[in-house]
Design a protein around this ligand. Structure first.
Ligand code: E4P
Length: 265
């Protein structure tokens, strides 16, 4: 048990863990932070076929859509969201109203579509009001267009289920997007925020790895970046060599008669 505790929480030294056991009480596991099994992977898309393809790999936890992605696909928004809800447990659908009452009405409507819908609300002061209202109504939310730590703190305090800092757009503007994720993830453990930090506006596989190294809760990944994640040239050449060598073994083990038959003798 001490060994397990040490493995899962290395900052406790042996004497503390041994004392727990000597005095006959169990290591206080309720002090341990709740680690997620792994970073959740979402796809940033409004393309249902792409979601179905990657969901079949067994690694997809959700989808984030936005009005630009929906416009690109040119399909009905509600039907798209509903189709995705059958494939993954968490689908972000963004409100397009910007006033409080308009956003509330859309949030209520989207939440009625399917229990897997998470309502995406923009990071504005009206958006903060809507986040707090959604929290009271039991509607899950994702705060979009987060570009700073103060915005992240406000959205979390207002009760957002998820916040989405856009790291690629910060990089494009000459800032360090991943540094913002580091800053937010350093703030979170000091408080009781249950808000998940979703790394958005991802541009390449390195962003995904850096997000995981920092301990971000979720990373939303475009389809083209998803395609790059499982690939490595050494995997391809390695597999080819295994298969070639295996074919040699098969050939060697064939009985002489069938070898002659194959050779036509
Ligand atoms: C997240 O939810 C957004 O849809 C998305 O990540 C925006 O990324 P972009 O900067 O590539 O448009």
């Amino acid at each position: 048990m001490i060994q397990e505790a040490k493995l899962s929480y290395q900052c406790f030294d042996d004497s503390f863990l041994t004392a727990c056991s000597d005095f006959g009480f169990a290591f206080p596991f309720f002090f341990l932070p709740a680690y997620a099994e792994s970073m959740k992977l979402f796809m940033d898309t409004a393309n249902v076929a792409h979601v179905a393809e990657v969901a079949a790999w067994g690694v997809l936890d959700g989808v984030t859509t936005n009005p630009s992605l929906v416009a690109k696909e040119g399909k009905d928004f509600r039907q798209t969201v509903l189709a995705m809800c059958k494939l993954v447990p968490c689908v972000s659908a963004q409100v397009t109203a910007t006033d409080v009452e308009g956003m509330k009405a859309q949030a209520k409507e989207y939440a009625r579509w399917h229990r897997n819908v998470v309502v995406k609300v923009p990071m504005t002061t009206d958006g903060l009001q809507v986040l707090a209202w959604c929290k009271r109504k039991g509607i899950r939310t994702n705060t979009t267009l987060v570009f700073s730590a103060p915005q992240a703190i406000l959205a979390a305090k207002a009760g957002a289920s998820i916040i989405s800092p856009f790291i690629g757009r910060l990089d494009d503007a000459g800032e360090d997007g991943m540094a913002l994720i580091g800053e937010i993830m350093a703030i979170w453990p000091h408080y009781g925020f249950t808000t998940e930090v979703l790394v958005a506006s991802v541009r390449h596989p390195r962003h995904v790895v850096d997000a995981a190294a920092i301990g971000a809760h979720i990373c939303t990944i475009p389809y083209d970046v998803f395609q790059k994640l499982p690939k490595h040239p050494l995997t391809d050449t390695g597999l080819k060599k295994f298969l070639d060598d295996w074919a040699t073994v098969q050939k060697r083990n064939q009985p002489m008669k069938s070898r002659r038959l194959i050779a036509g003798k």
